[in-house]
Design a protein around this ligand. Structure first.
Ligand SMILES: [Zn+2]
Length: 636
C-alpha cells in the first residue's frame, strides 16, 4: 500500500452550484413554493426507460429501470397543481425568475444569449413526474475573483427544481411535489487547479455573490453543490453530487482523487492477469451447496427464497482485496455497485473465511467451481429475476476497469467525506428540445436593467451592515451568511432593540440549539419576530428568548405565546423580584457572613434557579448586591 499525496496526481475541480430563487411562484406555473409535509393527493407511476426524441436510449435510464422501482408522488394543492402532476402543459416562464437569473449572469460577467431555448433533460430517478427536467441555458463564460485568482464560469442555466425524495420503502420510492418546479439557477465553473483547502473559499465566494442579490432562497436545501473531480492521468471527469456542507468539499475531493488514482493502479494489476469471463461456465447457482452454511446473511437470503450465486474469476486471486491506497479496493467498488441494486452485500474470496462462511464451505465451493489457489470468486444473493442483471453489471464494471481505467459514474458524497456509486453517468442523448414552450427572447432593455441591478459586492454589503447597525465585522459576516439576514433587517427596522443582540441571537443561539439536536424548522419567522416584540414591550426578559426558541424547536410549544405560557416565563415585576431576593438573602445569612460581598456569586445561582426567564440576570445581580450590602450593614 502506498501513501497517497494529492499534490502528485494533478487534481482538477469544477463546481456546480444549484441555488433556488426567491420568487413568488414556480418556474412554469402559479403554485407558491412553500414547504409542506401535509399531503392530500397521492398517485403512482412506473419508472420509464426514457427514450429521447432522437431515438436513443440513455444508459443511466436503462440502468435505473433495471432496479424496477415504483414511484409514489405525494402532493398538496397549496404547493402544486396539474402542471407538477404532468396532467397539464407548462404555463409561461416566470418573469421574476428570468429577471433574477439575468442579474446573476450579469454579476458573473457571463455572456447572455438573446434567445433562450427551453430543453428537456432526461431524469431517471423519478424525481420529475414527466421523466425530464426543464432547463434553459441562459449564458456562457464569465468569471469571478477569489483572493486575486480568477475562476472561470462555464455556463449558467435556469431550471426547475426536482421533487423532494421522501425515502425508499422496498420497491416503492416516495416523492413530495412541493419542491418540484421551484426556479433555480445552476452555475458551473470551469475546471480549476487549486489546493483542496481553497475549494471551500471558492464555493463560499460564489454563494455570497448569489446571496448579495437578496433574491435567492436561504436555509437548508436552498443551495446545493456538486463537484466534478478529475486527475491528470484519469482521462474522465467524475461528478459527485450532494455535498451537504462546504466543510466537506476538501475531504470529498481528496477521497475522490485517491479513488481515481487507486483505480488506475487496480487497472494495471488487472491487465497483468489473464482473465476472461465466460457467461456459461463462470457463474453458478450454489443455493443447495450452501444450504447448511452458517453465515447469517446466507441463511436469511435462503429463507427469503433468494438464490445464492458464485462467480469464479480465473487467475484473479488477491485482486478484490488489493489495496493500492488506504480504503481503496476493487471489493469495495463491487460492494457499492450491488448495494445500489438493493443487495445487502457481496463476499469475495480475499476476505474469506469470515462472516460465518467457513473453511470447509470454501473448499467445497472451489471444488464445485473447479478453481484453485490462483483464482478468485464472489458470492452474492438476490432474487432469481435480479441476480443475472447484477452479475452482468459486476462483470462489465470489472472489464471496464481492466480495459479503460476509471468507470464514468455519477457519485454521491457520503457523510464521512467519501464518495459512493450513484448511477452510471447519463449519455449525450440526455437533452432534447422542450416543444411545449416557445423560445424566450431577451431584450436589450432587460439586459440593461440586469446590469444596473448588479448587487453590491459582499465586502460592501458587510460594510453597510457595520455602518448601519453598528455590528462588528465578525457578526456582520455571520448574519449576512445566515438564512436570517432579511428577518434581521426587518426586526431591527421595526423594533427598537440592540441590533448586535438580535444578530447574535439569530446567529449563535439558534445554531447552538440546533447542535443540541433541536429542529430549527419548527421555529417560524413570525415567532422569532413576536419574541423580540415581547422583549421590547417588557413582557419578557432577555433570557426568555432562548427559552422560548428552545421550547418551540423541541416541539413542546406551537408558537411564542404558547411557549410563554408553557414555560411560565412572563416577566415578574421588579418589586416582586426584590421580594424573592430578600427572602433568599434571609435564608442564606451564613454565606453572607463568611463571604461578604462575594456571596453574590453563590446566591446568584440560587436566585436564577427561581427567576430564570422571569427577570434579567442583570436585574437579579443588581438587586442581590443591594440586598447583600444592606444585610452586611445590619450585621455591623
Ligand atoms: Zn403548479
Amino acid at each position: 500500500m502506498s501513501e497517497f499525496s494529492i499534490n502528485d496526481v494533478g487534481v482538477k475541480v469544477g463546481l456546480e452550484i444549484h441555488q433556488q430563487l426567491a420568487t413568488n411562484k414556480k418556474l412554469f406555473c402559479n403554485c407558491i413554493p412553500i414547504d409542506t409535509e401535509e399531503y392530500s393527493i397521492k398517485f403512482q407511476r412506473k419508472l420509464r426507460a426514457a427514450k429521447s426524441e432522437l431515438g436513443e436510449y440513455d444508459p443511466a435510464a436503462l440502468f435505473e429501470k433495471s432496479k424496477s422501482k415504483s414511484i409514489v408522488y405525494y402532493a398538496n394543492p397549496d404547493s402544486s397543481c396539474l402542471v407538477e402532476q404532468d396532467e397539464e402543459p407548462p404555463h409561461e416562464l416566470d418573469e421574476d425568475a428570468k429577471r433574477i437569473s439575468l442579474i446573476i449572469a450579469s454579476a458573473l460577467k457571463s455572456e447572455i444569449f438573446s434567445e433562450i431555448y427551453p430543453m428537456r433533460k432526461t431524469v431517471v430517478d423519478g424525481s420529475n413526474t414527466t421523466g425530464f427536467q426543464r432547463t434553459m441555458l441562459i449564458s456562457q463564460g464569465g468569471n469571478f475573483e477569489v483572493e486575486g485568482t480568477k475562476i472561470g464560469i462555464q455556463s449558467i442555466c435556469l431550471e426547475e427544481d426536482a421533487a423532494k425524495n421522501l425515502g425508499d420503502k422496498g420497491i416503492i420510492r416516495k416523492f413530495g411535489l412541493e419542491r418540484l418546479g421551484i426556479p433555480l439557477v445552476e452555475i458551473a465553473t470551469d475546471p480549476f487547479e487549486v489546493e483542496p483547502k481553497h475549494i471551500k473559499k471558492i464555493a463560499l465566494a460564489l454563494g455570497r455573490i448569489l446571496r448579495s442579490t437578496k433574491q435567492v432562497k436561504r436555509g437548508l436545501g436552498s443551495i446545493r453543490q456538486d463537484v466534478n473531480v478529475s486527475i491528470k492521468e484519469g482521462g474522465v471527469v467524475i461528478e459527485v453530487k450532494g455535498v451537504q456542507q462546504l466543510d466537506q468539499l476538501e475531504k470529498v475531493v481528496e477521497y475522490e482523487a485517491k479513488r481515481q488514482q487507486g483505480l488506475l493502479e487496480i487497472s494495471k494489476e488487472l491487465e497483468k492477469r489473464n482473465w476472461i469471463h465466460d457467461k456459461e461456465k463462470d457463474r453458478k447457482d450454489i443455493t443447495e451447496l450452501f444450504a447448511k452454511c452458517k453465515s447469517k446473511i446466507i441463511q436469511s437470503a435462503i429463507k427469503k427464497q433468494q438464490k445464492i450465486f458464485a462467480i469464479s474469476f480465473n487467475n484473479m486471486d488477491g485482486i478484490f482485496g488489493y489495496t493500492p491506497y488506504e480504503g481503496i479496493r476493487l471489493g469495495k467498488e463491487i460492494a457499492e455497485l450491488v448495494r445500489f441494486f438493493g443487495i445487502g452485500g457481496v463476499f469475495h474470496s480475499d476476505e474469506l473465511p469470515n462472516y460465518g462462511v467457513e473453511k470447509i464451505d470454501i473448499e467445497n465451493l472451489k471444488e464445485f467451481l473447479k478453481i484453485d489457489e490462483k483464482d478468485a470468486f464472489l458470492i452474492l444473493a438476490a432474487t432469481e429475476e435480479k441476480i443475472h442483471i447484477v452479475i452482468d453489471q459486476i462483470i462489465s464494471r470489472i472489464e471496464f476497469i481492466k480495459n479503460n481505467g476509471i468507470p464514468i459514474d455519477t457519485r454521491l458524497a457520503t457523510m464521512n467525506g467519501e464518495t459512493k456509486f450513484l448511477r452510471p453517468r447519463p449519455g449525450a442523448a440526455r437533452m432534447y428540445p422542450e416543444t411545449d414552450i416557445p423560445p424566450v427572447i431577451i431584450s436589450n432593455e432587460e439586459l440593461e436593467k440586469a446590469k444596473k441591478n448588479i448587487p453590491k459586492s459582499w465586502n460592501e454589503s458587510l460594510l453597510d451592515l457595520q455602518k448601519k447597525y453598528g455590528l462588528n465585522p465578525q457578526l456582520s459576516e455571520q448574519i449576512f451568511d445566515s438564512r436570517y439576514i432579511e428577518l434581521f433587517e426587518k426586526i431591527v427596522e421595526k423594533i427598537k432593540i440592540n441590533p448586535t443582540f438580535v444578530a447574535s441571537i439569530l446567529c449563535s443561539s439558534i445554531t447552538n440549539l440546533e447542535r443540541s439536536g433541536l429542529n430549527s424548522k419548527l421555529l417560524k419567522n413570525k415567532d422569532i419576530e413576536k419574541s423580540f416584540q415581547l422583549l421590547d414591550s417588557g413582557d419578557i426578559a432577555k433570557e426568555s428568548i432562548e427559552i422560548i426558541f428552545e421550547s418551540i424547536m423541541a416541539g413542546k410549544s406551537q408558537s411564542t405565546e404558547d411557549a410563554v405560557k408553557n414555560a411560565s416565563i412572563e416577566a415578574v415585576k421588579e418589586s416582586d423580584v426584590d421580594e424573592i431576593i430578600k427572602k433568599i438573602v434571609e435564608n442564606n445569612q451564613e454565606i453572607i457572613k463568611n463571604q461578604k460581598e462575594r456571596a453574590v456569586g453563590p446566591l446568584m445561582g440560587i436566585a436564577m434557579k427561581e427567576l430564570r426567564g422571569k427577570a434579567s440576570g442583570e436585574l437579579v445581580n443588581n438587586l442581590l448586591l443591594k440586598n447583600i450590602k444592606m444585610k452586611l450593614e445590619n450585621f455591623d
